[in-house]
Design a binder for this molecule. Structure first.
Ligand code: AMP
Ligand code: ZN
Length: 460
C-alpha cells in the first residue's frame, strides 16, 4: 500500500505511514446534533468513509472515531424553540443522522463517543492546562491563553492579526488576550451543567474533541479529519489544548475536505441555502447521491445542482447496466478492485480518476466473450464498488428504486407481469401491450430479458 495524503499541517502530499505498524487511528469531527444533517455535512462523512474502507483493506487494525457533539448552545436553543427536552433533541437527531448516513452507504465508525459521556476527561484536561500555565480562570470561565503556546497558528497558517480578527468583535472583558478561547463556561439553572472546580458549567466545543480523541485513540494518533471550515479555529484550538495538556504531538496527518457549495457559496444552515440529506434522498437513491459527492476530488469545491444529481443517477444506471450484464458469472474469489483503480484512490483519494477507471471497466462488461472475462469484469466492478461504497445491490433492485412515500405495490406489478406473460403465450399481443402501457402510465417500465424473464423498473 502506497497511500499518499495531502496533509494540511505541512501543505504537502505525503506518503502515509502509521505510527504503529499495521495499526491506524483516525478521528473525524462529527455532528452537533440539533437538526437534520444537510448534504454539505454528508460530504466529509462520505469522503472519510472511502478513506476508512481503503485503510481497512491495507491495515489489520483501523479505529475510526467520529464523535457526537451533544452539548452545545445551538442544542439548548433548539430544545427551547421546539419546547422539548435537550435529551429529546439530541436523541432524535442522532437517530436521524445514523439513518441518513447509512442511506448514503457510510459504514458506522468503530467508536462514536458522546461529549456528555466525557465531561470528566475534559475537566481533567482543563486542570492540566491551568497547572501548566496555559489556561486561567476568570469570572466562572476557564480560558486557554493563546500567547502561552509559541506554535499557535501553525496548522492554519494564520498570523496573529488573522487569529484575533474574528475574536475582536466581542472581546469579553475577562480575556487576557483577544485570541484566548473558552475551555469552560458557567451554566445558569436552565442550561445543562456539570460540577467542576470552577463552579457549575459546561465545556467549550474545542475541548470536547481533544478529550474524546485522547480517550479513544491516545495522545498521538494518525489521521484527523473534517471539513476545511474547521481548520480555524476548531482544529487549531484542538492542537493547542492537546499538545499543551499532553506534552506530546497530536494528530500526524490532517485531512480536510472542501466545501459543498450552492451557486458558489458554502452550503450552510446560517445562509439558509441548504438541502437536507432527507430531501435529497427523495430525488435520487443513496448511491447516486454518494456518486455525486465522490465525482469531484475531495479537496475541491463541489457545486450541488439537481441536474448534477440526475446525471449521477444516470451514471449509476450505466454502471448497474454493466453489472447486470455480468451478474450471472459466479466468482471464485472475493471481489477485487483493479490495480489502476486502487492506485487512483491511494493517490490522495483521487475519486474522479477512480470513477473514470471504473467506467472503462464497465464498458468492458458489454464486450465480454468468455466466462473467464465475465468473472474478471464482475470481480473488478464489485471490488471497486466495495471501496467506493456503490454497486452494493442486485442490479434488478437498483432499477426498481422508488422515492420514500411513492412506493408502488410490487405484488400488483408482479401479478400484471404474469398476466401479460399469459397473454403473450396465448398470442394476445394487444392485451399484453395494454398491460405494458397501463404500467407505463404509472411510471413502471418493463424489460424483457433473455430466457423469458421480465424485469420492471421505475421510469426517470
Ligand atoms: P457542523 O455540524 O457545522 O460542525 O459540520 C459537520 C461537518 O460538516 C464538519 O466536518 C464540517 O466541516 C462539515 N461541513 C459543514 N458544511 C459543509 C459544506 N458546505 N461543505 C463541506 N463540508 C461541510
Ligand atoms: Zn472536533
Amino acid at each position: 500500500m502506497t497511500l499518499h495524503l495531502y496533509n494540511t499541517a505541512t501543505r504537502r502530499k505525503e506518503p502515509f505511514e502509521p505510527l504503529q505498524p499495521g495499526k491506524v487511528g483516525m478521528y473525524v469531527c462529527g455532528p452537533t446534533v440539533y437538526d437534520y444533517a444537510h448534504i454539505g455535512n454528508a460530504r466529509p462523512v462520505v469522503v472519510f468513509d472511502v478513506l476508512y474502507r481503503l485503510l481497512r483493506r491495507a491495515y489489520d487494525e483501523v479505529t475510526y472515531v467520529r464523535n457526537i457533539t451533544d452539548v452545545e448552545d445551538k442544542i439548548n436553543a433548539a430544545a427551547r424553540a421546539r419546547g422539548i427536552s435537550i435529551a429529546e433533541v439530541t436523541e432524535s437527531t442522532t437517530r436521524a443522522y445514523h439513518e441518513d448516513m447509512a442511506a448514503l452507504g457510510a459504514l458506522p465508525p468503530d467508536e462514536e463517543p458522546r461529549a456528555t459521556q466525557h465531561i470528566a476527561h475534559m475537566i481533567a484536561m482543563i486542570r492540566r492546562l491551568i497547572e501548566g500555565g496555559h489556561a486561567y480562570e476568570a469570572e466562572g470561565h476557564v480560558l486557554f491563553h493563546v500567547p502561552s503556546m509559541a506554535d499557535y497558528g501553525r496548522l492554519s497558517g494564520r498570523n496573529r492579526d488573522e487569529q484575533i480578527a474574528g475574536a475582536r468583535v466581542d472581546v469579553a472583558p475577562y480575556k487576557r488576550d483577544p485570541a484566548d478561547f473558552v475551555l469552560w463556561k458557567p451554566s445558569d439553572a436552565d442550561t445543562p451543567g456539570w460540577t467542576s472546580p470552577w463552579g457549575r458549567g459546561r465545556p467549550g466545543w474545542h475541548i470536547e474533541c481533544s478529550a474524546m480523541a485522547k480517550a479513544k485513540l491516545g495522545v498521538t494518533f494518525d489521521i484527523h479529519g473534517g471539513g476545511r471550515d474547521l481548520i480555524f479555529p476548531h482544529h487549531e484550538n484542538e492542537v493547542a489544548q492537546s499538545v499543551c495538556a499532553n506534552g506530546a504531538p497530536f494528530a500526524r496527518y490532517w485531512v480536510h475536505n472542501g466545501f459543498l457549495t450552492v451557486n458558489g457559496e458554502k452550503m450552510s444552515k446560517s445562509l439558509g441555502n441548504f438541502r437536507t440529506v432527507r430531501d435529497v434522498l427523495v430525488q435520487a437513491p443513496g448511491e447516486a447521491v454518494r456518486l455525486m459527492l465522490l465525482s469531484t476530488h475531495y479537496r475541491q469545491p463541489l457545486d450541488w445542482t439537481d441536474d448534477g444529481l440526475q446525471q449521477a443517477r444516470a451514471t449509476m444506471d450505466r454502471l448497474y447496466g454493466a453489472l447486470r450484464h455480468v451478474w450471472d458469472a459466479s466468482l471464485r474469489d472475493a471481489p477485487s478492485p483493479s490495480p489502476e483503480l486502487l492506485a487512483a484512490l491511494e493517490d490522495d483519494l483521487n475519486t474522479p480518476l477512480a470513477l473514470s477507471v471504473l467506467h472503462q471497466e464497465a464498458a468492458r462488461a458489454h464486450k465480454v466473450e468468455s466466462e473467464e472475462e465475465m468473472r474478471a469484469v464482475k470481480s473488478a466492478l464489485l471490488g471497486a464498488g466495495e471501496l467506493l461504497g456503490i454497486l452494493s445491490q442486485d442490479p434488478a433492485q437498483w432499477f426498481r428504486w422508488q422515492p420514500a412515500g411513492a412506493e408502488v405495490d410490487e405484488a400488483e406489478i408482479m401479478r400484471m407481469i404474469e398476466e401479460r406473460n399469459d397473454a403473450k403465450k396465448a398470442r394476445d399481443y394487444a392485451a399484453a401491450d395494454q398491460i405494458r402501457e397501463a404500467l407505463k402510465a404509472q411510471g413502471i417500465l418493463l424489460e424483457d430479458r433473455p430466457g423469458g424473464v421480465t424485469e420492471w423498473r421505475r421510469a426517470g
